[in-house]
Design a protein around this ligand. Structure first.
Ligand code: KE4
Length: 437
């Protein structure tokens, strides 16, 4: 197999590191976990991305989730083009913001009111401030390995890039803030009960990825989300579903539709911006009414509800909500890929763990079940790195970390999936030779 020519990316990376910390504007993009320098992407269309050296890849990162329709989708580009002629930002309310809010509420009925922000981090930071304001309590409970953005309260045993880079507890977070964040074990209701009883009357919120993407894909165990709902009801704790990744991904109504559990607040991001910077938080009216200027809890943003982002988001959500067959077809595609990889594992006599929920999935380099942070951490990272590089060389662009979810889009063709399955077989054989047939 011809080695990849990535000269231009390497030159750009050397230049970038002189001006930008680590040469990237978000850590996980630096490819630290996969033993090679990152690719600089020039353009993308559908399921394909092209790097600066002209190499084409089938993309399973999808900008970390937003690209569920595929890149450069005509309805998204058309919507942005139409709106941008009339200006890019006004710092004033617009009709589009109202339409996006109404559409989000239609798709996610637990959201009675919603506030737009500019990122998932802003959404989760605002949601916990709101929960604290609503309950007059200070503590929050998160789960080891879950990632809710880079807000101080969340960088405690965090997943995603923090887990990848081995800084799950970032320096710079004041101990006073860290002390208000309690961490439980995902899929372990007993660990939650222990914390809530030990801090009875002091826990404002439990925030959870209802399907984890940031340890790699880890589904909720049977009854886990229902158990959190029960604990929150009993102890008047605000249940926050962080659906920045799962919202409009695992179902039109997100994980709360899939698992039929209603949170008090939901955070959103990624898909709802169609690739432009958007986050949102919303939920029960009686809680959301506390948000300024309706109430005293302050949160603001110069570019919140930005017209271009709202145009992209409205086009995205309208396309997704137009027909329910969208998710049926996406599930079929995702199943096809899963079955292909499972067939490969059987062919070569290898036992690896593949977790999938809808069109988000992770192949873990371990034969153990992966149900929480401890079991995810057992995955063999060097093997994953070898696999990543082998797949890249075969034209498959995966998330550059064992602790991230990969994403399929509506643009992935049968041919793309067959090529991925073929590359998976050859690469697994290469990574595990001579153990495998
Ligand atoms: P942003 O601030 O990156 O828009 O969203 C933070 C966030 C919040 N909640 C969940 C469940 C998330 O997955 C994220 C961000 N996800 C990562 C990928 N695992 C973003 C990629 C990156 O950090 O570059």
């Amino acid at each position: 197999m011809k080695p990849l020519n990535t000269k231009r990316s390497e030159t750009l990376f050397t230049r970038a590191q002189k001006h930008i910390p680590g040469g990237v504007n978000s850590p996980v993009r630096a490819f630290h976990a996969v033993g090679r320098s990152p690719l600089f992407i020039r353009k993308a269309k559908g399921a394909t991305i092209w790097d600066e050296d002209g190499n084409a890849f089938i993309d399973y990162v999808g900008s970390w989730g937003p690209m569920i329709l595929g890149h450069a989708h005509p309805s998204i580009l058309g919507a942005i083009g139409k709106v941008m002629k009339h200006g890019t930002s006004f710092g004033a309310p617009t009709d589009l913001e109202v339409r996006v809010a109404e559409l989000i509420k239609t798709c996610i009925p637990s959201i009675e009111m919603v506030r737009m922000v500019n990122s998932g981090t802003e959404a989760t930071m605002s949601a916990i401030r709101l929960a604290r304001a609503y309950t007059s309590r200070d503590k929050i409970i998160k789960f080891e390995g879950c990632y809710h953005g880079h807000g101080d309260s969340f960088l405690i045993k965090a997943g995603s890039g923090a887990m990848t880079l081995g800084v799950p507890d970032s320096p710079g977070v004041p101990s006073s803030v860290a002390a208000s964040t309690l961490t439980a074990r995902y899929n372990d209701l007993e660990s939650v009960r222990e914390l809530t009883l030990a801090s009875a009357g002091h826990v404002a919120a439990i925030i959870v990825e209802p399907v984890v993407g940031n340890m790699g894909c880890v589904p909720p165990a049977e009854g886990f989300l229902q158990g959190l709902r029960q604990i929150c009801d009993e102890q008047k704790i605000v249940l926050i579903f962080d659906e920045v990744m799962t919202g409009f991904r695992v179902a039109l109504g997100g994980a709360q539709e899939l698992y039929r559990v209603k949170p008090d607040l939901t955070t959103l991001g990624k898909i709802i911006g169609g690739g432009l910077p958007v986050g949102a938080y919303g939920g029960k009216r009686e809680i959301m009414q506390l948000v300024a200027p309706a109430g005293p809890m302050y949160q603001a943003g110069t570019l919140s509800g930005n017209p271009l982002a709202m145009a992209a988001g409205y086009a995205m959500l309208s396309t997704l909500s137009k027909s329910r067959s969208f998710y049926v077809k996406l599930e079929k595609k995702s199943m096809q890929l899963e079955e292909g990889i499972r067939g490969n594992l059987r062919t070569i006599g290898l036992e690896l763990t593949l977790n999938r929920v809808g069109s988000m999935f992770t192949l873990f380099f371990t034969d153990h079940a992966v149900t929480d942070y401890t079991s995810a951490a057992k995955a063999e990272r060097p093997r994953f790195a070898d696999y990543f590089r082998g797949m890249l060389a075969r034209g498959i662009y995966l998330p550059p970390s064992q602790f991230e979810a990969a994403f399929l889009s509506a643009a992935h063709s049968d041919r793309d999936i067959e090529k991925t399955i073929a590359a998976n077989l050859i690469t697994l054989r290469q990574v595990y030779k001579p153990q495998v047939m």
